[in-house]
Structure formats: structure tokens, C-alpha cells
Design a protein around this ligand. Structure first.
Ligand code: GFB
Length: 314
């Protein structure tokens, strides 16, 4: 990518999209374009086509998506499949029609079968049954990978797919009903400390294992892939190590400085028992993460405390 090239970041207000914009700007790219969902509804095919023909971007980072934690995925199943399929269809097809140079599509580690061998290699895609709580989202993300591959195969388009592990960082969602586990626990422990509550409730059994990557590392990987990778299929982005939800809760408890106990609400789902990424493909290309989990959470917590005044307790 040349510093003057026009780059469209779809989803620039989300956690991933905003991190990609920060990373591009920090490296001197100055022709970056974006639209809010109010200005451009990516589920509207005509609006997307008009946008591409007017703006003619050269590169596209497709980070726009309907996302959420285990409860949101399981509750709003129709929205998760419809919104994500519509966004992918419209943006990927428009990127082809308007002959953009390269597109990076972002998926998720939940595309892999629920009980796939660990760590998850890229070739395990479509080898087994998916985790039910996020099946609609996973199906949409798998469709996105297959769209990129089909346009590459039929038309020679340079469309690539990156599969991040669970992400966290600035601009995360802290709503306790729709968020992922890491921001949810930061908020719960912080509030429990502020309000001297005796215990914090953790959903599920605490035994599932998850891998966490700071979104600034993810954005760095996205730029690296845009410049150094051009293959069909998908490529995993993660750290290659995971921890249990109980270990994560204890780490956050320490960082926040909370002294109470943990209780487990086993009426809430655990989801996939484990989804550790095999990151050797990306490592062999020359990319590795740089922000250790403890340090990443400390930074995010400092930011959360600064902004917390506006958040009303639930
Ligand atoms: O982060 P999370 O919502 O999503 O939950 P997934 C991870 C684990 O943390 C689950 C537990 O076992 C939850 O039961 N957990 C404990 C909590 N306490 C909490 C809490 O207060 N809030 C939340 N949210 N979880 C999502 C998928 O799966 O991960 C998406 O649904 C996507 O499709 C995303 O792939 C990355 O890791 O289970």
C-alpha cells in the first residue's frame, strides 16, 4: 500500500475498525475513508454500490459486523446471521465490481467446529459441527471466507480472510448483556469494588479456555497481512496461548484490586470448551503479537476507569 492510496475501513467506530484506523494513521496513511452506519447502511446493496462508484477505494478492510458475546449471539440469532451476511455480500461484491486492489475480510475463531482438535489449524474449517450458541454468526463468517475464495477463484480478486481469536482493547462494548467476557468482568469487578459487594458473578462454570489478543496487535496483523499475504482460505491471528475463565477472572480481580469472592452462575452457557488458535502459519510469515495479556488488561482498565464516570451501574 502506498501512503496516498485510498483505503476504506468499514466499521471504523468498532473496536477493530477504530484500531485499524489508528494503525494506518500512525504509519502515515492519510487517504483513509469511512462512513458511519447512519451515513451508509452496509446492508443496503444499492447504497453500497453507489458509495464504491463514488469513492473508488483502492483497499478495503472489512471490519464492519454485528458482534457480541455469548448471550447476544444466542439471543439475536436472526440479526447475527442476516446483518453479517448482508454486509459481506454487499461489500465483497462491490469490491469486485469496482475492481479494488485488495480486500481483507475479518472473521472469528468461532468458525471452527466446537470439538475440533486443539490448537485450531486453518484446515479444520468445515470438518465438524459448530458451537450452537454462535452458529448463526459462525455460518455468516464462514460464508464471508467462501465469498472471498470464490471471487478469487472465478475472477482473480485479491480478497483475503483473517480469523482473530477473542479480542479486547479500546472502544470495547461494556454492556453486560451484550459484551464479551473480558470487558464484562472488568466492569463487574470494578463496580463490585466501588460498591463493596461481597461477590462477583461469573457466567458458566469458569472452566472454558479462551485466548485473548489486544486489538492493537490485531490491527498491526491486519496491516501486515494486507501487505504480505495473498492466499485463499483463512489465516489465524492470535497469541497461541489460552487461559481458563476462572484464571482470567482472578487476573482481573487482582488488577482491579477487588477483595471479594467469585460465584458461578451455571444457568448461563459455557459455549465452546476451548478455542486455541494455531498461529504457526502467521508466525512463519514473520508476524507475532507483542502485548502480553496482563499488560493489555492493565491498560484497558486504566482507560475504563477514566471513562467510567458516564457509565451508569446496572
Ligand atoms: O466472551 P464470551 O461472551 O464469548 O464468553 P465466547 C466467553 C466465556 O466467558 C463463556 C464466560 O464461557 C462465558 O460463559 N463468561 C463468564 C462470561 N462471565 C461472563 C460475563 O459476564 N459475560 C460474558 N459475555 N461471558 C463469542 C461468540 O463466544 O466469542 C462470538 O459468541 C465470537 O461468536 C466471540 O466468536 C469472539 O468466546 O464464548
Amino acid at each position: 500500500m502506498d501512503k496516498n492510496d485510498k483505503i476504506y475501513v468499514a466499521g471504523h467506530r468498532g473496536m477493530v475498525g477504530s484500531a485499524i484506523v489508528r494503525a494506518l494513521q500512525a504509519r502515515g496513511f492519510h487517504n483513509i475513508i469511512w462512513r458511519t452506519s447512519k451515513e451508509l447502511d452496509l446492508r443496503n446493496q444499492q447504497a453500497v454500490n453507489e458509495f464504491f462508484s463514488r469513492e473508488k477505494p483502492m483497499y478495503v478492510f472489512l471490519a464492519a459486523a454485528k458482534v457480541g458475546g455469548i448471550l447476544a449471539n444466542n439471543t439475536y440469532r436472526a440479526s447475527f446471521i442476516y446483518d453479517n451476511l448482508a454486509i459481506e455480500l454487499n461489500v465483497i461484491h462491490a469490491a469486485h465490481e469496482h475492481k479494488i486492489k485488495k480486500l481483507l475480510f475479518l472473521g472469528s475463531s468461532c468458525i471452527y467446529p466446537k470439538l475440533a482438535p486443539q490448537p485450531l489449524k486453518e484446515e479444520y474449517l468445515l470438518t465438524g459441527v459448530l458451537e450452537p450458541t454462535n452458529e448463526p454468526y459462525a455460518i455468516a463468517k464462514i460464508a464471508g471466507i467462501k465469498l472471498c475464495d470464490a471471487y478469487r477463484s472465478q475472477h482473480g480478486d485479491h480478497f483475503i480472510s483473517a480469523m482473530p481469536t477473542n479480542l479486547y482493547g479500546p472502544n470495547d462494548n461494556y454492556d453486560l448483556q451484550s459484551s464479551h467476557v473480558l470487558p464484562a468482568l472488568l466492569r463487574k469487578f470494578h463496580q463490585a469494588k466501588e460498591q463493596n459487594q461481597p461477590a462477583v458473578t461469573i457466567w458458566g462454570t469458569g472452566t472454558p479456555l479462551r485466548e485473548f489478543l489486544h486489538v492493537d496487535d490485531m490491527a498491526d496483523a491486519c496491516l501486515f497481512l494486507m501487505e504480505n499475504y495473498d492466499e485463499e482460505g483463512c489465516i489465524n491471528v492470535g497469541t497461541g496461548t489460552d487461559i481458563s475463565i476462572t484464571e482470567l477472572a482472578n487476573m482481573i480481580k487482582e488488577i482491579v484490586g477487588y477483595r471479594g469472592t467469585l460465584v458461578f452462575d451455571t444457568t448461563k452457557p459455557d459455549g465452546t470448551p476451548r478455542k486455541l488458535m494455531d498461529v504457526s502459519k502467521l508466525k512463519n510469515l514473520g508476524w507475532q503479537y507483542s502485548i502480553p495479556l496482563q499488560q493489555g488488561i492493565e491498560n484497558v482498565y486504566a482507560d475504563f476507569v477514566l471513562k467510567n464516570e458516564e457509565i451508569t451501574p446496572e
